[in-house]
Design a protein around this ligand. Structure first.
Ligand code: F0G
Length: 462
């Protein structure tokens, strides 16, 4: 078992690890993916871009061309952009060798939808949803997992592991299974949705429900990887963020390289916002885009560590919180990638906002009313947009992309409770009138034609 996170199969000269705090450069990372000198997080950089950066026009043409190819690396909406990812041994063109090395489920390729009704509600002319919930395991995690799982296998690991609020574990378990590796999942007991748990079970993970929260699971995992030969697949792992970068590249390609004014993303452990921000900065560096969209992060009020970190500590130190929200995917109080996220918000001029549980539920139902199903954590983006428009941060003529991170089917309990008027029972939100027109509870009837016709007529009148 290799104790290192990289292996001879990887052409290491293509990328290096850089500490985000002290700037230390290294060719190898230890199993906790922390800087050997100061213990902060690592990021992947591509030093050769300084001498021979790939040409923007060539890249755009190559990526377009690959859409016609049938090889696995090109069918993946992540590896199609492999020119901006850590290189595999033979990565020039779409070689057979790439196809054999990568673990892929044809991730990425996520649709960009327009949301005309939500645009009207929010007060902007053009609003799009980049729906990462249309990935193979129904969340954005797959884009990062294909890359990190591939590098785990290249490094010779038999076991991969993660702490999760549900989606990471579902995705990791799937990619481990596809790649012939075993997987270990640490999730907070009773705090993740059954759908996500069921995915990990079906994909064969050893699934531990720990009597703690997500932050407790992640702390334990960080200790575990230093003691046992397991490869950690949380977003602390910088290979994950390289894969997740492709969300932004694919988005810009879908927009024909016309830069939107704003991209809005939910914030939990803050890996995804960091990855999207890194992609935007790299795309500008390479001349793929000439200006940056503002990247904004929205959190649930009950899990607002980044909001408080920026407001109360000017982004200088993390203000942790005891997280509580029904958007369980982002029920995180001690986000690992807060420094990376604070950096990209600053670099792109984005905002950080928080939204209430009622605002989340309302936004989710409004997105649903357009035929687009997302999980509660994703809906914070629309709720946040409404706030940012009211504050004047998003102007009435500006274009906006919401990143929907997970599918509606990830948390059906939440949706059913919402429509049955049970979601906020016994809380101050119980009487929130704004939610009533959005509720469509199931109707139990006698099995007669009359009863159904009466219901139809009532619905038509309402
Ligand atoms: N949306 C969904 C649906 C998520 O599952 C997550 C995170 C986020 C947003 C937040 O993204 O952590 O990169 O800021 N889910 C992780 C998990 C923590 O374990 O599945 P982030």
């Amino acid at each position: 078992m290799s104790p290192s996170t990289t292996a001879p199969g990887v052409r290491q000269k293509d990328f290096r690890f850089r500490c985000i705090a002290c700037g230390d450069l290294s060719d190898r990372a230890s199993q906790d993916f922390r800087c050997a000198h100061c213990g902060d997080l690592l990021e992947i950089i591509y030093p050769q871009w300084k001498e021979s950066a790939p040409k923007a026009e060539n890249l755009k043409a190559v990526w377009r061309q690959r859409r016609l190819s049938q090889c696995a690396a090109d069918l993946s909406g992540v590896w199609r952009f492999r020119d901006l990812l850590p290189a595999l041994e033979a990565s020039d063109g779409a070689s057979d060798s790439d196809d054999q090395q990568i673990i892929t489920l044809r991730e990425g390729n996520a649709p960009l939808y327009d949301l005309p009704q939500c645009a009207r509600i929010a007060g902007v002319p053009r609003l799009f949803a980049k729906h990462q919930g249309m990935n193979p395991t129904a969340s954005f995690k797959d884009a990062g997992m294909t890359v990190a799982a591939t590098f785990a296998r290249l490094a010779g690991f038999r076991w991969v592991a993660c702490a999760s609020t549900g989606n990471t574990s579902a995705s990791m378990a799937a990619y481990a299974a596809r790649g012939g590796m075993r997987s270990l999942v640490l999730v907070p007991e009773g705090k993740i949705s059954w759908s996500k748990l069921s995915q990990a079970l079906d994909y064969g993970a050893v699934t531990c429900q720990l009597r703690t929260d997500f932050d407790g699971c992640l702390r334990l995992l960080q200790e575990l990887v230093l003691r046992a030969p397991v490869y950690q697949l949380n977003s602390i792992n910088p290979f994950r963020l390289e894969g997740q970068k492709t969300l932004a590249i694919e988005l810009l390609e879908q927009l024909d390289w016309q830069v939107p004014d704003h991209i809005i993303v939910p914030g939990g452990n803050l890996g995804n916002s960091s990855a999207i921000g890194k992609a935007l900065l790299e795309m500008r560096e390479l001349g793929l885009i000439s200006r940056l969209p503002k990247l904004s992060v929205i959190q649930a009020e009950g899990a607002n560590a980044l909001v408080r970190t920026l407001r109360e500590a000017a982004g200088k130190r993390l203000v942790s919180v005891q997280a509580e929200t029904r958007a369980t995917a982002i029920r995180i109080g001690n986000p690992a990638s807060w420094k990376k996220a604070a950096h990209v918000l600053d670099a792109t001029g984005g905002a950080c906002e928080q939204v209430t549980e009622i605002e989340i539920a309302q936004a989710k139902a409004e997105i649903g009313a357009e035929g687009i199903g997302c999980e509660p954590a994703s809906a914070v983006t629309l709720a946040g947009l409404k706030k940012l428009v009211k504050q004047g941060f998003v102007k009435h003529e500006e274009s906006v992309v919401l990143v929907l991170t997970g599918n509606l089917l990830k948390d059906p309990d939440y949706t059913i409770e919402f429509h049955r008027h049970e979601l906020f029972k016994g809380t101050s939100g119980e009487n929130a009138v704004a939610l009533n027109p959005l509720r469509h509870p199931p109707i139990i009837l006698d099995a007669t034609l009359d009863a159904v016709i009466r219901t139809l007529e009532q619905a038509e009148k309402a």
